[in-house]
Design a binder for this molecule. Structure first.
Ligand code: GCO
Ligand code: MG
Length: 407
């Protein structure tokens, strides 16, 4: 018997930073929620959902998730794209949430059950200098984390990706920027500190802890190859976004020069952007998020393809992905045979926890998905009203001579 979709609502709120949340309701009153947040372009996704997608889905059978996914993906003619795929993601997650509630099962059980006892997380260790970065890392290791991403400020540059301001927390830093701030970049200055960071890290933190680093696509392919070689003695778990891969075979060049494990994919919206990277085994980890790649259905397609080529998933977990996305990732991660690691920025923001309530447990650097039916996370509409949307942008990056660069 069909379970018809009767209503689709879109909520934009800013409990510390902006989130777009989709709520799908069926005729029998079952509801599901999904994350459709696209940092800095939130309202484009809202408009896509409200003006273009919602009217087509009313009356459709909520049970047929794959058909609805294909209808929105193939049916639009203008396939792919971050706005469209984030909109599809919001609907898709909500439909999986509904399916789980109807079945009385958590989503990971619908996927095939658990492949491991918990989901290994990597936390962010960032600081204004090498010493404070490593103190932060020690603090995280003492809390039980077995994997830490290290980012440190670059002497001579006024701002560095991933390094938090002194007093503000990560959530504040990414919200509330009414116009895009400009940040300088200098590859030579970066090289002068990044290799030293990892040399000191291994000395101080030992050999066992997993260390990671995000270059945030600031290097050219040959510079990335050089960095990979220089970091080899410190055996990183992975080096993330070492260079842009708009030309996917740029990574062939990097790969030929270094054995550092390579991770990429947080800006990807479909399998097509990483198909060559994966099938030629030029990368080791694919970092695409459910929210940006058509939801659980989209991420599952990427995961299964990657598994064939020994590429593991390491889903993006920045603060601009809502806890609904994190919950979705935990269900995929606990199931996927080729899960590697999950990025984690904490779940201890009080405003966030007022709006999104869940029973996700984080212990000893591992997370456990909810065992409640569906995704196991709720959206508090009244609390969300207290935190209205604020236009906000990511920074842009320029070389010191003013040339626009990759942020
Ligand atoms: C990460 C990412 C983020 C992005 C952010 C952009 O690895 O966590 O690089 O920090 O910059 O998600 O919206
Ligand atoms: Mg990143």
């Amino acid at each position: 018997m069909a379970v018809k979709i009767s209503q689709i609502q879109v909520f934009v709120c800013s409990p510390g930073r902006n989130f777009v949340t989709v709520k799908v309701t069926t005729e029998d009153g079952t509801t599901g929620i999904g994350d459709a947040t696209l940092n800095g372009r939130e309202m484009a996704v809202v408009s896509c959902l409200e003006q273009h997608i919602a009217p087509c889905l009313i009356g459709k059978d909520a049970q047929n998730i794959e058909d609805i996914w294909q209808y929105l993906y193939k049916g639009v003619y203008w396939r792919k794209g971050p706005v469209n795929m984030a909109a599809i993601a919001g609907i898709d997650m909500a439909l999986w949430d509904i399916k789980g509630k109807v079945a009385g099962l958590p989503v990971h059980q619908l996927l095939g059950g658990k492949s491991r006892t918990g989901v290994t997380l990597y936390a962010h260790g960032s600081g204004q200098c090498i010493d404070s970065t490593l103190s932060k890392a020690e603090h995280l290791i003492n809390q039980g984390f077995r994997a830490v991403r290290l980012q440190t400020a670059i002497p001579g540059l006024t701002a560095t990706y991933g390094v938090l301001g002194d007093k503000k927390d990560y959530f504040e830093l990414q919200g509330n920027r009414p116009l895009p701030p400009e940040e300088p970049w200098c590859t030579q200055k970066y090289f002068s500190v990044v290799v030293e960071l990892f040399r000191q890290a291994r000395k101080r933190l030992g050999e066992e802890v997993h260390l990671l680093h995000d270059v945030h696509s600031r290097l050219t392919p040959i510079e990335a190859a050089r960095l990979g070689k220089l970091l080899e003695p410190y055996h990183l778990y992975f080096l993330e976004d070492a260079a842009i891969a708009e030309n996917q075979n740029s990574y062939q060049l990097i790969r030929h020069h270094t054995t550092v494990p390579l991770a990429i994919g947080e800006t990807y919206n479909t399998l097509w952007e990483c198909k060559d990277l994966i099938q030629h085994q030029w990368i080791d980890f694919i970092r695409t998020a459910a929210t940006h790649a058509g939801g659980l259905t989209g991420l599952r397609k990427i995961t299964e393809f990657a598994n064939v080529f020994d590429v593991r998933i390491a889903p993006h977990g920045a603060p601009d992905l809502s806890p609904v996305c994190f919950a979705t990732h935990l269900h995929i991660n606990i199931w996927a045979p080729n899960f590697g690691i999950q990025e984690f920025v904490g779940l201890d923001n009080p405003q966030l926890n007022e709006v999104f309530t869940h029973d996700i447990r984080v212990e000893n650097g591992m997370a456990l998905p909810s065992d409640l039916p569906g995704l196991g996370i709720s959206f508090n509409e009244d609390a969300a009203k207290k935190y209205p949307y604020k236009r906000s942008y990511l920074p842009v990056s320029r070389l010191e001579d003013g040339t626009m660069w990759h942020w």
